[in-house]
Design a protein around this ligand. Structure first.
Ligand code: COI
Length: 331
C-alpha cells in the first residue's frame, strides 16, 4: 500500500520511519501539494496531505485521474478541501481531529500572555536601547483576569485549563455548550467579549460559515485593554477590522499564528515584510509589536507531529481493514 505524503518537513522524516509499523510504502515529498507536483502521487494508493496543501478541485481531479480515492490529511483543519469536488470524484477524506491539543493551546496561551504582560513592546523597545519602564507596560496579573475561549473543543478546553491552573476565570462561548466541560463557564458571546481580558479563538474555518466571526461589532464590545488571540484560521476574524482596532487602541493587541492569505506565505522566505503579497496581511503585520504573528507553528511540537503521523497511519490501516478511516470527514 503506497502513500504519497506531501509537506514532509525534515524533522518529520525519522518519525514517519519510526511510526510506520505497518510497513506502508512511503513516498515522502517535502513540497506542499499543488497542481505543479501532483504528478508525484501517480502510482500511489493514497495521498496524505497537511494543512498547507492545495486540495482544490484541479488537484483532486488529477489525483482521481490516477485512480486514487483516498486523500487524507494529518491536520485538524479541512478548510483547503473542495468537498463538492471530492464528493463528485468519489474521493474520501479523513483528518486527525485530536492530535496533542496542548500544542496549539500552549502557543495560544503564550501569545496571549506575551501581550497581556506587554512583553512584545517591552522587548522591542529594550532591544532598541530604550530601557525605561514605560507606563504602557503597567499590567494586571493573570489570576485576577478573565479569559474568554470562543470554541471550547479539544484545543480551547486545553487552553482554558492552562489559564485556570493559574487562577484566571475562564469563560467560553460555544453554539452547543457541553455541560460536562468543567474547565469553563459557558456564557453568551456578548458577555464573553465584554468581560474577557484575553479572548482566544478555537473554531474551525468553514468557508461561507465561520468567516469574520470576530469583526468590527465584536471588537467594539471588547475592553480597550483586551488581547485577541487567533491560532485557528485567518479568515475567522476580520483582519482589517482587527488592525484598525489595534491602531485605534480599541483593543490591547492581537496575537496570531494564522493569516488571511496563508497559502501565499506558508513556508516562504521574503526579503522584507513589503514583499508579503496580501495587502491586508501586510497592513496587519506592520502593527508590530501590538500585533504579533507566528508562522502557523502551533502544531509543531514532538507530541503533536507524532500524533498526526500515527493517527494518519491508523486512518489508512482502518480503511484497508474495514473500508472506513477512523476519522472520516464528510461534507
Ligand atoms: C491543523 O491541524 O489544522 C493546523 O492548523 C496545522 C497544520 C497546518 C499542520
Amino acid at each position: 500500500f503506497k502513500i504519497t505524503v506531501y509537506s514532509v518537513r525534515e524533522v518529520e522524516i525519522p518519525l514517519f520511519e519510526k511510526l510506520n509499523k505497518d510497513n506502508f510504502e512511503l513516498n515522502l515529498v517535502s513540497e506542499h501539494l499543488s497542481i505543479k507536483n501532483v504528478a508525484k502521487a501517480e502510482g500511489s494508493d493514497a495521498v496524505l496531505v497537511s494543512g498547507g496543501d492545495d486540495t482544490g478541485k484541479d488537484v483532486l481531479e488529477k489525483i482521481a485521474s490516477y485512480g486514487i480515492k483516498l486523500v487524507y490529511t494529518r491536520s485538524v483543519g479541512v478548510d483547503r478541501y473542495d468537498f463538492a469536488a471530492a464528493n463528485e470524484l468519489g474521493i474520501k477524506v479523513a483528518n486527525v481531529p485530536n492530535y496533542s491539543p496542548r500544542s496549539v493551546a500552549e502557543l495560544a496561551f503564550i501569545l496571549g500572555m506575551t501581550l497581556f504582560r506587554h512583553v512584545a513592546p517591552a522587548t522591542y523597545n529594550t532591544h532598541m536601547g530604550d530601557f525605561r519602564i514605560l507606563p504602557e507596560y503597567f499590567a494586571n496579573e493573570i489570576h485576577d483576569a478573565t479569559v474568554g475561549i470562543i470554541g471550547a473543543g479539544n484545543i480551547g478546553t486545553a487552553e482554558a485549563k492552562l489559564y485556570k491552573a493559574l487562577g484566571a476565570k475562564t469563560l467560553a462561548f460555544q453554539r452547543h455548550p457541553d455541560s460536562s466541560n468543567d474547565a469553563v463557564e459557558f456564557v453568551d458571546m456578548d458577555t464573553l467579549l465584554k468581560e474577557s481580558d484575553i479572548v482566544s479563538i478555537h473554531v474551525p474555518y468553514i468557508p461561507g460559515k465561520t468567516d469574520n466571526l470576530v469583526g468590527a461589532p465584536e471588537l467594539a464590545k471588547m475592553k480597550s485593554s483586551a488581547i485577541l488571540v487567533n491560532t485557528a484560521r485567518g479568515p475567522v476574524v476580520d483582519n482589517e477590522a482587527v488592525a484598525q482596532a489595534v491602531r485605534d487602541f480599541k483593543i490591547g493587541g492581537y496575537g496570531t499564528d494564522v493569516l488571511l492569505d496563508e497559502q501565499h506565505v506558508m513556508d516562504k522566505q521574503f526579503d522584507t515584510l513589503d514583499d508579503v503579497p496580501n495587502q491586508i496581511d501586510k497592513d496587519l503585520m506592520k502593527n508590530y509589536p501590538n500585533v504579533i504573528v507566528t508562522p502557523h507553528m502551533g502544531f509543531f511540537t514532538v507530541p503533536a507531529v507524532t500524533d498526526m503521523i500515527s493517527t494518519s497511519f491508523e486512518n489508512f490501516k482502518s480503511t484497508i481493514k474495514t473500508g472506513k478511516p477512523i476519522y472520516p470527514v464528510e461534507r
